[in-house]
Write a protein that binds this ligand. Structure first.
Ligand SMILES: Cc1ncc(COP(=O)(O)O)c(C=O)c1O
Length: 416
């Protein structure tokens, strides 16, 4: 169980036994655990022996006193898939995809929402509210339904239809807003003041990051299992499609916790932020050597999860990039969509556009020598391609009359 909530900038602590949003300094709060006290009882072999098929097998470093207290739909425990060395993937000897599409509601957002809604429910919230450009909405809807809480969502009008549908189907109160995610956030803040909702916005609530950090814990087990090495293993490089940055900051936190638990040493993966060319505030700030990012004007990309022009955790992401010796890369929408095609056709992974973006970025980094062919590289496919079916053109699919005795002759020449 966590023992303290600490301001990520000033180190000031706030009470843990009530609902919290930002710190008094207006910065994200991070949960701190008495990890030294857990060293004896919470070990990799204890975790490996557990039966839970969810990330609550790491419950000691999550916001519950007992695993039974979790609001769970089976989140986490997603596969780490080794890529086949064919086609565009031949230049990588040890490339992996952590496929987050296997989560409830089809994206990694389930991880953050499971943890946040578990804690919000335990502390007495009745209605949660958030702005979302897509997958967070569906995840919040399902976990709020599971917890018996109300859920209010503000989404930009151009949010992918599947995210709107899943939220409506799950009984959330959905509002479509003629603006960007920041405009939706302002409406949430006004609603919090007026109606007393609990604000679940990314990093303005301390536990979504706790759920997301489990990607880092799992990766260490997945890679070791893949290599049959028994202990824990971290990759050399992690590529992460970055919007609000919760997963990136969360994984970095997980690695620090694992070191304090005595599970790993001080070596860390190089962390890579991948953003779309049409919305790249963190890449721009990284290149300019800034500590904070400037809001990105006219944010545009089909990868809705990357359409975050200003992130409250910008300084934390930039710190991770620099401490890890990582880098930050942009890809165009054409490149990321080609990335989806390649992952689907050459690896059988129908990735979301954000997943396509990290693969496209890996190719670029391999071409310019930043990535070496024998490095262990992990790409995060953060969600299911099925949620973005609207981006796939199926108008050219031929129709066949099953009553035509000669139906197959038209295609005979094109089938090998
Ligand atoms: C599929 C997908 N990938 C990546 C992101 C960005 O995630 P983060 O906020 O952790 O940077 C999102 C956020 O909406 C998303 O839905």
């Amino acid at each position: 169980m966590h023992t303290r909530l600490v301001c990520s900038e000033t180190g000031e602590t706030v009470p843990i036994d009530r609902l919290q949003n930002l710190s008094p300094a207006g910065r994200p709060l991070l949960a701190d655990y008495d990890l030294e006290a857990l060293r004896e009882s919470f070990t990799p072999s204890v975790v490996r022996a557990r039966k839970q098929r969810s990330f609550w097998r790491f419950w000691e470093v999550l916001p519950v006193a007992r695993p039974e207290d979790a609001i769970s739909l089976g989140e986490g425990c997603t596969p780490l898939l080794a890529c086949e060395r064919r086609g565009a993937f031949a230049g990588f000897e040890r490339l992996f995809v952590k496929d987050e599409a296997f989560n409830p509601t089809g994206s990694f957002k389930a991880r953050g929402m499971a943890a946040a809604i578990t804690r919000a429910k335990a502390l007495g919230a009745q209605v949660v509210a958030l702005p979302s450009a897509g997958n967070a909405a569906g995840a919040a809807t399902s976990y709020a339904a599971r917890a018996g809480l109300g859920c209010v969502l503000f989404m930009p009008e151009d949010t992918p239809p599947a995210n709107i549908v899943e939220s409506v189907a799950g009984g959330a109160r959905v509002f479509l807003v003629n603006g960007l995610i920041g405009d939706c956030g302002k409406l949430v803040r006004a609603g919090v003041e007026r109606f007393g909702w609990f604000d679940l916005s990314t990093l303005k609530e301390p536990f979504r990051i706790e759920g997301k950090k489990t990607m880092g814990y799992e990766l260490a087990f997945d890679l070791a299992d893949h290599e049959g090495s028994g202990g824990l293993q971290l990759p050399d490089v992690i590529l992460y499609p970055t919007g609000g940055g919760t997963g990136l900051i969360g994984m970095w936190k997980a690695f620090a916790e694992m070191e304090r638990l005595g599970w790993i040493g001080s070596a860390r993966p190089r962390m890579v932020v991948v953003q779309a060319e049409g919305c790249a505030p963190i890449v721009t700030a990284f290149r300019q050597g800034e500590e904070r990012a400037t809001p990105f004007p006219n944010a545009r990309t089909v990868a809705s999860g990357l359409r975050v022009p200003a992130a409250i955790g910008d300084f934390l992401m930039l710190r991770v990039l620099r401490e890890s010796g990582g880098t930050a890369v942009t890809v165009t929408d054409d490149e990321l969509l080609r990335g989806v095609d390649e992952l689907s056709r050459e690896q059988g992974i129908y990735a979301c556009p954000e997943g396509g973006a990290v693969w496209a970025a890996a190719r670029k980094l391999r071409d310019d020598g930043w990535l070496r062919s024998n490095e262990r590289v992990v790409l995060f496919n953060t969600g299911a391609g099925l949620k973005y079916n609207h981006l796939v053109d199926t108008t050219g699919v031929p129709r066949i009359d099953h009553r035509d005795p000669d139906a197959l002759s038209a295609i005979a020449g094109s089938m090998g």
